[in-house]
Write a protein of this length. Structure first.
Lengths: 348, 449
């Protein structure tokens, strides 16, 4: 991946320095250069996808490919801010391209109108990170398995009404650095000896500490065994959103789409049914996910897309720049409560 | 919350909520980092009547996060361009933009009463205090927010139900004692503050609280109280420090950079050395001499290499040259402006920034501190707060979620949400019932307040 920086990419231009000034002051020049060398694939250009696209383009990645096979509808156009008002009927990725590019001319933004499921394995190998939205569980499992072995960072995310999640698989060995304050040896000011006349060390000096962390696959994360005693005892502390996600992914697989406001009656019935099935298969009670959930998982709430898209975007930036501790491995956001939780599911 | 019955969803929302969104009027104060994200979220969520105000114009350093603006908009009004950009993806929105300060008396209580909700997207305490009071007076709910780096916060303020913005004392801007700045600096920031004072004393508006010459009345310098008084009198007679203002003295030399250099970094330092009690437990400063510095071999000015030009730390000779060049440029600026002219320090004015960089570093060198790059000096001198798109995106999303609760009249559901490196801390509602009115804890960031 970005273990070595290409020689010609070592120089940062004046234009970049001026535009990226406020973020270079936060994450440093090294991180900015790594971002500048990264290519990312973003699948799905609805509300969440548009937010992630904006965040990555503003951050200054080398290239971003927008992939979406669906067509713009009135509903999909109203959900995001990149598609022009007269674009109904066009391909969603294509329609988003122009405004996405205008966000930052220094990034190479491309549109791909194919269905991600139809792409051969080696299509994914040209990227440093892949971000999947609106994909079926099987597809996410496949792409994750394919990419993780090649040290390509994999992210999944979706927004269902007021709820949203993000998952990441950064591989078996993800290396990163953290900036820590330099430890200053205690100075003894009462001492009149020569030491007291030494110049004071700047308390703001920092040092970079290297770390490594491992991630499990998406498959392993979703197939946690809840039937053993230990898991059952921990149940109270588990965010309910994890089970909600399982239900919604099953709905997506069965119906080939997400719950739609137009079919509220039919879809809410099906959601309750799926909830019962999924929890029963896991050996858990339906009470874990009360009926009220159905009212709040339709369509995409714009502010929830902004929150999840912001977190997802920043996790991508961290992973590509190899700086700062990544969230491991799920982030769940409940827009009703305004609460966000990071939790780990899968083999430790 | 009430359960929506069948076929009463408008997108993800209950019909009553969707209707009240499209009819209500909201005010957004600020069209910068949070403001751009907020405007976008508001229209996508279904808000139709939005007024936005911002006194600022667009700068290139805004473009990494204020996504409604492009390079071609640099110099234009933020509020105006924000409105135009939003209308492009939501032409049916009814947006009014004001390129103005919210503290302008035109925006009186009556003005505020036009709105069902006010949302701040500000970056300074004065404006926040002002809007807080206007919203209390007009009895309109206010959503306050702020971000810095990876951190952020959202708070709801409603008269009679929550604390207001000014209920809790906020930390004040850090200041340093005069003698630290003038006599015994121990950190780079002290030297940077000194250099900014020096700029004002030489080129700008002179301020009695911004003296740069050695402080003979420093209590630490006196072996006994009588001694301090004697020193103070002596220097008056001496005349080289107190009697003539720094600006007058500089003018009398024609702003000669070499004379300035020797006075500030040699003569004044030698004077400080005579105040020997100060140096009993501190490392004594080492004076610089212009001529001696010129003898030093041209410092190892590396080729630009892989870093930002601004991030290089020069040697003493380099900063001496920078000092001379910037003094000469600023001198010309003064002459151009004419009689009685004063310059105002601006971090984005290159010679002004060069001057502070040079002067601060020379002083750091005198006091045996590691020198700093222009990049770092600019951060400290210019109070630059690092900022990214994603933090603002998250906070703006949370603001709109709080707005929806307010419109739903769910005040008891309102939260203060604190964002710490993307783990969210949400305060429990039980706290609210303990007190007679709702209170929220705030984590105070000095730059947010």
């Amino acid at each position: 991946m970005i273990d070595t920086i290409e020689k010609e990419e070592n120089i940062i231009s004046e234009e970049e320095a001026a535009q990226y000034d406020r973020q270079i002051r936060l994450w440093g020049l090294d991180a900015q250069k790594r971002l500048r060398g990264s290519r990312v694939l973003l699948v799905g250009l609805r509300g969440l996808g548009a937010e992630v696209a904006k965040n990555l383009i503003l951050a200054g990645v080398k290239g971003l490919t927008l992939l979406d096979h669906e067509q713009v509808t009135e509903e999909s156009r109203r959900a995001q801010f990149l598609i022009p008002v007269d674009a109904d009927g066009q391909n969603q990725a294509q329609a988003s391209l122009e405004r996405a590019q205008l966000l930052n001319p220094m990034v190479e933004v491309k549109a791909d109108t194919d269905a991600v499921g139809s792409k051969p394995d080696d299509f994914f190998f040209q990227f440093d990170a892949v971000c999947l939205t609106r994909c079926s569980k099987d597809l996410m499992v496949r792409v994750d398995q394919l990419c993780a072995s090649r040290n390509i960072k994999v992210f999944c995310g979706d927004v269902f009404g007021y709820h949203g999640y993000m998952f990441s698989d950064l591989g078996q060995e993800h290396h990163y650095v953290e900036e820590k304050p330099k430890v200053v040896k205690g100075s003894n000011e009462a001492n009149d000896g020569p030491e007291a006349k030494k110049p004071k060390v700047d308390p703001n000096e920092t040092t970079m500490v290297k770390k490594t962390v491992s991630f499990c696959s998406f498959k392993a994360a979703l197939e946690v065994d809840w039937t053993n005693e230990k898991a059952k005892n921990n149940l109270k502390r588990i965010p309910v959103d994890y089970f909600l996600l399982q239900v919604l992914l099953k709905f997506r697989t069965d119906k080939g789409r997400d719950p739609q406001p137009d079919s509220f009656a039919e879809d809410s019935q099906l959601l309750l049914q799926i909830r019962d099935d999924v929890l029963e298969t896991m050996g858990l009670s339906s009470e874990l996910l009360p009926n009220t959930f159905v009212s709040y998982c339709f369509s995409e709430m714009a502010p929830v897309c902004a929150v999840v898209g912001g977190v997802l975007g920043q996790e991508l930036v961290k992973a590509l720049s190899q700086r700062d501790a990544p969230h491991r491995n799920f982030f769940f956001f409940d827009g009703l409560k305004g609460s966000g939780v990071v939790d780990y599911f899968g083999s430790k | 919350m009430n359960q929506p019955t069948m076929a009463q969803l408008v997108g993800p929302l209950r019909k009553e909520l969707a209707d009240s969104l499209s009819s209500c009027r909201v005010l957004v104060v600020g069209a910068g980092g949070i403001g751009c994200e907020l405007l976008k979220n508001l229209v996508l969520a279904g808000f139709k009547n939005i007024e936005v105000i911002d006194l600022d114009t667009i700068d290139v350093s805004n473009l990494n996060r204020q996504f409604l603006f492009q390079k071609k908009h640099v110099g234009k009004s933020k509020a105006q361009v924000a409105k135009e950009s939003v209308l492009r993806f939501c032409p049916s929105a009814n947006i009014t933009a004001y390129h103005d300060s919210i503290m302008n008396p035109d925006y009186n209580v009556e003005f505020f009463r036009n709105f069902q909700l006010v949302m701040n997207a500000l970056d300074n305490r004065a404006a926040r205090n002002h809007v807080n009071r206007m919203c209390l007076a007009a009895d309109i709910p206010l959503i306050e927010s702020g971000t810095a780096g990876y951190l952020g916060q959202v708070t709801v303020i409603k008269k009679g139900q929550t604390e207001c913005y000014e209920c809790q004392p906020k930390p004040t801007q850090k200041t340093f004692p005069g003698c630290t700045i003038r006599n015994t600096p121990s950190e780079p920031i002290h030297c940077i503050v000194w250099a900014k004072y020096l700029f004002n004393q030489l080129f700008g508006e002179e301020d009695a609280d911004q003296e740069v010459s050695p402080d003979t009345a420093d209590p630490e310098a006196a072996w006994n109280p009588a001694d301090a008084a004697a020193r103070a009198t002596a220097s008056d007679q001496d005349g080289d420090i107190k009697r003539v203002s720094t600006k007058e003295w500089a003018r009398s030399t024609g702003y000669d950079p070499v004379k300035l250099f020797n006075k500030l970094f040699k003569d004044d330092i030698m004077y400080l050395l005579t105040m020997d009690k100060l140096w009993k437990k501190r490392k004594a400063p080492l004076p610089l001499d212009w001529t001696e510095i010129q003898q030093i071999e041209s410092s190892q000015e590396e080729a630009c290499g892989t870093g930002l030009k601004d991030q290089h730390v020069l040697g003493v000779q380099g900063y001496a040259q920078l000092f001379r060049r910037s003094v000469e440029t600023l001198r010309s600026q003064l002459i151009e402006k004419g009689e009685g002219a004063e310059l105002v320090w601006d971090k984005d004015d290159p010679p002004a920034m060069d001057f502070v960089t040079a002067a601060a570093n020379l002083r750091m060198n005198v006091f045996s501190m590691n020198m700093k790059s222009r990049f770092d000096v600019k951060s400290m001198a210019g109070n630059i707060i690092p900022a990214i798109a994603t933090t603002n995106a998250v906070i703006a999303g949370l603001i709109v979620l709080e707005a929806l609760k307010i419109l739903n009249s769910d005040f008891d559901q309102c939260r203060t949400v604190n964002l710490r490196c993307y783990s969210f801390d949400t305060l429990k509602p039980e706290l609210h019932h303990v007190l007679s009115y709702l209170t929220y804890l705030c984590i105070c960031f000095s730059h947010l307040v």
